[in-house]
Design a protein around this ligand. Structure first.
Ligand code: DAH
Length: 346
């Protein structure tokens, strides 16, 4: 075997071995070793030697192309991937079309914590539905007692599409649907008890505490004779279970168009027991969420009689809760797709 064939054989061996190991099979066709062979070819003077060498390189390239195309399974035997994911957000997992295989990934920390959160609320009698990632102005604002042109609309920094749809800025966008669907429960003497996890969007200036995409957990509870004491007890019971310890809670008056009265809900810092630490900015307390008694107009828009029934609702930032639990300093890690960050939770 002459010297030139020897170089080609060695390169062929290296590339075949690399092809077997690499995930991105096609990258082998751009391997620098292959490029080097072509470069070398250019330096040869015209003649039989050069022609033979050229043929051998081409044969190698053809072989690699064949291996690359064989390594991809025939298209007809593979599960089709429909990137439009054509199923309703609340379709049970086993009824969803197969999307990408997940064996090599791991759960995102926000999703892993969400499962724990839903488990706790499930044990407290709450069912769960998801909120959509595209909704309309009526659900996002009007059904929640934001009159047209009300200044509070501006607080929500909402993204809209050119067609006039909204990327929901809060999971409250689901309240009217959940309340309307719950009328039958009320008529049958059962409460409406639903939590709504969802991805929400705001046109924010980004910093370590603000991200354009984040997660909320809405809660809605309606029955006869429900009062603010029930709201506070429910949230306290959840937080004590989640953090596995007794906590103190406080409420301060606040304003939301869809609750009356409205509160900002604060808990004693689960990390320092009120002594003051980095997590609670040395104050001993953490402002966690907005909540209140559902405004009679909101009940009315879902055709529920506010004279007969009353209820409470809250909206909690899930990212915030997970950041607190793990001492994560920057909310932007969550949407970064940074494997170094994600693998810490795998
Ligand atoms: N939707 C509010 C927000 O994102 C949070 C909220 C406050 C939700 C009070 C509620 C509530 O259900 O009753 O700022």
């Amino acid at each position: 075997m002459d010297y030139k064939s020897d170089v080609i054989n060695k390169t062929a061996k290296t590339l075949r071995e690399r092809l077997a190991k690499t995930e991105d099979k096609k990258s082998i066709l751009r391997a620098p070793e292959l490029g080097a062979l072509y470069e070398h070819l250019k330096t040869l003077t015209a003649g039989k030697l050069r022609a033979d060498f050229g043929k051998e390189i081409n044969a190698l390239k053809t072989e690699l192309e064949k291996l690359v195309s064989e390594s991809a399974m025939p298209a007809e035997t593979r599960e089709p991937i429909d990137v439009t994911a054509p199923f309703g957000i609340n379709t049970p997992l086993n009824k969803r079309p197969g999307l990408l295989p997940a064996e090599s990934g791991s759960k995102h920390p926000v999703m892993a914590e969400l499962e724990k959160i839903l488990d706790i609320f499930g044990r407290m009698g709450f069912s769960a539905v998801e909120s959509p990632e595209l909704d309309d102005d009526w659900h996002m604002f009007t059904s929640l007692n934001f009159p047209p042109d009300h200044p509070a609309r501006a607080d929500y920094d909402t993204f809209t599409t050119t067609e006039g749809l909204v990327a929901p800025a809060h999971t409250s966008t689901m309240q009217n649907r959940v309340l309307s669907a719950g009328r039958e429960d009320l008529a049958a003497g059962r409460p409406i008890a639903v939590v709504i996890p969802g991805r929400v969007f705001r046109n924010e200036d980004l910093d370590s505490r603000h991200e354009h995409t984040f997660y909320q957990l809405e809660g809605v509870y309606v029955d006869r004779g429900v009062n603010a004491g029930n709201l506070i007890a429910t949230l306290k019971a959840f937080l004590e279970e989640y953090f596995g310890q007794s906590l103190e809670v406080k409420t301060q008056p606040f304003y939301f168009p869809f609750t009356e009265p409205s509160f900002e809900f604060t808990l004693s810092c689960p990390f320092c027991g009120k002594a003051g630490c980095n997590i609670c900015s040395q104050t001993g307390w953490i402002e966690l969420l907005g909540c209140g008694m559902i405004h009679p107009n909101v009940l009315k828009m879902a055709k529920i009689d506010g004279g007969e029934y009353s209820g409470f609702a809250w909206g909690m930032g899930i990212d915030r809760l997970v950041m607190m639990k793990y001492g994560i300093e920057d909310v932007r890690h969550f949407e970064s797709g940074n494997l170094k960050f994600l693998r810490q939770f795998a």
